[in-house]
Design a protein around this ligand. Structure first.
Ligand SMILES: O=P(O)(O)O[C@@H]1C[C@H](O)[C@@H](CO)O1
Length: 309
């Protein structure tokens, strides 16, 4: 896909999408991005219509296990329901997609009428007070790639109507974050089910070394993941209200201290029996398993938030 997207691309994408949709689904108000293992968030949509990305000009294909490659349109919530659209699968820069391809679906959703976007992801916890299974309502982000030149808003502007210099001090909507905690209360979720924190974006696809995890923690991040921030930037540029819900799927391994191999060998030479350390490692399978286990709670939460927007 070309990096400089034009209005023609948008129109072609939108025409293709709309050709699948009945009138009542043509203008969704809320967009939902499903993170790793979280495509089940669309299971409750009424009158659901699936639009595969491969049918939409300008769209890439998601290659990550646990990510489908389609939009789901439908009505969510009680009564007639709110028209919504969910991305069943997203694009990550580590798959080889350009940053403009990664955020293209967000820009398309904005042009379909979406005003509020709920972005979900799977993340690793850097904070011992935020255990696996917690849903973190993101307050702010820390994006080293953005600060060092990997920013989806770099380059010619998608439209002259959009701001050139985008402020990010208000990126995570207080209105939507409030609705998340009120929804958790309505659903009688345990107090520990929902936490707040700062999301660090890394490019991946490698998980962090212990030293990198420690750096991010010391810099103030609570969770770390490989997505979301480019989408947040594009959504804010498009004028959307943004909420991010991050499901903690694993702890980032950060030992209090390193075992010294030099000391181990000295001990061995002195006749002591030495066992080499076996590092704990994280896997994408673990990430998907927690996503599967918690998708139901996240789905109820998203539904309740959408009803109250
Ligand atoms: O798309 P998300 O951010 O939910 O997926 C996370 C980050 C990586 O893509 C993957 C690593 O396990 O899960």
């Amino acid at each position: 896909m070309p990096d400089n997207l034009t209005k023609v691309n948008f129109q072609a994408s939108i025409n293709a999408i709309k050709s699948f949709l009945p009138d009542k689904l043509q203008n969704p108000l809320v967009g939902i991005v499903c993170g790793s293992g979280l495509s089940g968030l669309a299971d409750e949509f009424k009158d659901k219509v699936i639009v595969p990305y491969e049918e939409i000009p300008g769209f890439a294909k998601s290659t990550v296990p646990g990510h489908r490659s389609a939009f789901a349109f439908g009505l969510l919530g009680s009564g007639t329901g709110v028209p919504v659209v969910a991305m069943l699968g997203r694009f990550h820069p580590y798959e080889g997609h350009s940053l403009s391809s990664v955020v293209y679906p967000i820009r398309v959703m904005a042009r379909l009428g979406v005003k509020n976007v709920i972005i979900t992801n799977a993340s690793g916890s850097l904070n011992s007070a935020i255990p696996v299974g917690t849903i973190v309502v993101v307050q702010d982000h820390l994006a080293l790639p953005n600060l060092t030149g990997m920013n989806p808003l770099l380059g010619p502007q998608t439209s002259q109507d959009l701001p050139r210099f985008l402020p990010l001090s208000d990126a995570y909507s207080p209105t939507l974050r409030r609705l998340a905690f009120l929804a958790a209360h309505r659903l009688q979720l345990d107090d520990s089910a929902l936490a707040e924190g700062i999301y660090a974006w890394v490019s991946g696809p490698t998980y962090e070394t212990p030293a990198e995890g420690r750096l991010l923690r010391q810099a103030g991040a609570d969770v770390v993941g490989m997505s979301t921030v480019p989408e947040v930037l594009a959504a804010r540029e498009e004028g959307l209200n943004v909420m991010v819900l991050s499901l903690v799927t694993n702890f980032v391994v950060i030992p209090d201290r390193y075992r010294s191999m030099k000391e181990e060998v000295k001990a061995e030479l002195a006749g002591k029996k030495v066992e080499l350390p076996v590092a704990q490692v994280v896997s994408h399978e673990e990430v998907l398993a927690v996503g599967k286990e918690k998708a139901g709670v996240l789905m109820k939460l998203v539904e309740s938030i959408v009803e109250s927007i």
